[in-house]
Design a protein around this ligand. Structure first.
Ligand code: GCO
Ligand code: MG
Length: 401
């Protein structure tokens, strides 16, 4: 099974997506997601210039060897661009292998460990009544776990608040600016969770994303203040690259911690896993070297009782989402999967076979990943420049977004 072509497809139905489309001499087509939000074209160039030409003529079955060839062979290791490119190749080759075997991909990863994947959706609102309405709407859609974000009095525009479709990246020529004040936020959040628990009771799993904004001691204080409301997790409470920060947070709170959506290899997690500083691994298949590498991270994490919380925002394409679902179904230490629906145009470009029934996701039973890319629809939606926002404190200082 020899690789005959490897084509990079960029499409922007509702947002930008970068997809690698690998074809073999026996006519199989494998897909891999390489979307890096706001930096899409850097991965396009890496794939088109330095990876795709090297794939031609290789045996598509040799997934591990190809992974090592692209990782060790580049000499320059790690980083979001490299690891997203490797992820796309890896997932496309798993897709091909599973199609050749005539099995849904999860069968090659050890088979199903459960009947479906617990998913969480995003609820947000500028005030409590609109937040409650959103939570009710999500529960009506079947969600059994919900991430809660709200506006903070005195701040105009902050991360995670949307009306309708969630999409943090704007189709704008330069990043939009949002504002931030950690003290106002810290004063406000415990009351929000108190109100949500009072309205919805103790059962519903609730999650919250701090999006890398607090100092370790502030995060410790927030974790402690939220303990009475029994969070499923507190996400990215400090800037992620500072692994030691979570040691301080951990010493002060029993609120479960999740981190890692900006990580790209197991080395980013080493201290966090070995010293049991986190409870959930947030990496996406798309940003962490594909199924091959994320499976390694999660199996390592499993030895420490740490579970998966795979990243699944709208900037993970349906191809990346399908890869996460196959991996999640097979893993023993699955925890929860982030999931929000893509727009109608995205569903037209990527025909998907995964299902969401009664709050549980399932990748479906088609051979391979179960996603088809409609090239003529993809061509209708060319790339559009888009950026994630940046964040500033009240005095104008750039802060973590
Ligand atoms: C999440 C994330 C996203 C990211 C976005 C960046 O938990 O879903 O924080 O909202 O900000 O995916 O590309
Ligand atoms: Mg997040």
């Amino acid at each position: 099974m020899i690789i005959e072509s490897a084509e990079v497809v960029v499409t922007s139905p509702d947002r930008n997506f970068v997809t690698l489309r690998v074809t073999t001499d026996d006519g199989l087509v494998g897909l891999g997601d390489a979307t890096l939000n706001g930096r899409e074209q850097s991965v396009v160039a890496y794939l088109a210039e330095h990876v795709a030409p090297l794939l031609i003529g290789r045996d598509a079955h040799r997934i591990e060897d190809t992974w090592q060839f692209l990782y060790r062979g580049a000499y320059w290791r790690r980083g979001p661009v490299t690891m997203a490119a490797i992820a796309a190749v890896d997932v496309a080759l798993w897709d091909i292998k599973a199609q050749a075997a005539g099995m849904p991909l999860y069968q090659l990863l050890g088979g199903a460990s459960r009947s479906g994947l617990l998913a969480y959706g995003h609820a947000s609102g500028p005030d409590l009544p609109s937040l409650f309405e959103e939570i009710r709407r999500l529960r009506g859609d079947g969600y059994r776990a919900i991430r809660v974000q709200t506006s903070v009095p005195g701040l105009d525009k902050i991360y995670g608040i949307s009306t309708g479709h969630y999409e943090p990246a704007g189709r704008v020529p330069a990043p939009v600016e949002e504002d931030w004040d950690s003290r106002s936020y810290l004063r406000h959040m415990p009351g929000v969770f108190e109100a949500v628990r009072a309205e919805f009771g103790p059962e519903l799993p609730l999650l919250h994303d701090v999006h890398h904004r607090l100092t370790p001691i502030q995060a410790a204080r927030l974790g402690k203040a939220l303990e009475p409301y029994d969070l499923f997790w507190l996400e990215d409470c400090t800037p992620a690259e500072d692994q030691e920060a979570l040691r301080l947070v951990r010493q002060h709170t029993t609120t479960p911690l999740a981190i890692g959506e900006v990580f790209n290899t197991v080395h980013d997690y080493r201290t966090l896993i070995a010293d049991r500083l986190i409870d959930y691994v947030r990496s996406a298949v798309t940003h962490t070297g594909g199924i091959t590498h994320l499976k390694r991270i999660l199996e390592y994490a499993g030895q420490y009782g740490i579970r998966s919380g795979i990243h699944g925002p709208t900037d993970i394409s349906p191809v990346g989402m399908a890869a996460s679902l196959h991996l999640g179904l097979a893993l023993h230490n699955f925890g929860i999967q982030e999931y929000m629906k893509h727009g109608a145009r995205t569903d037209e470009v990527f025909q998907q076979s995964f299902t969401f029934v009664d709050g549980l996701l399932h990748p479906g039973s088609q051979p391979g990943l179960g996603v088809r890319l409609d090239l003529s629809s993809a061509k209708k939606y060319p790339y559009q420049t888009a950026y994630l926002p940046i964040n500033r404190l009240k005095d104008g200082t750039v802060h973590d977004w």
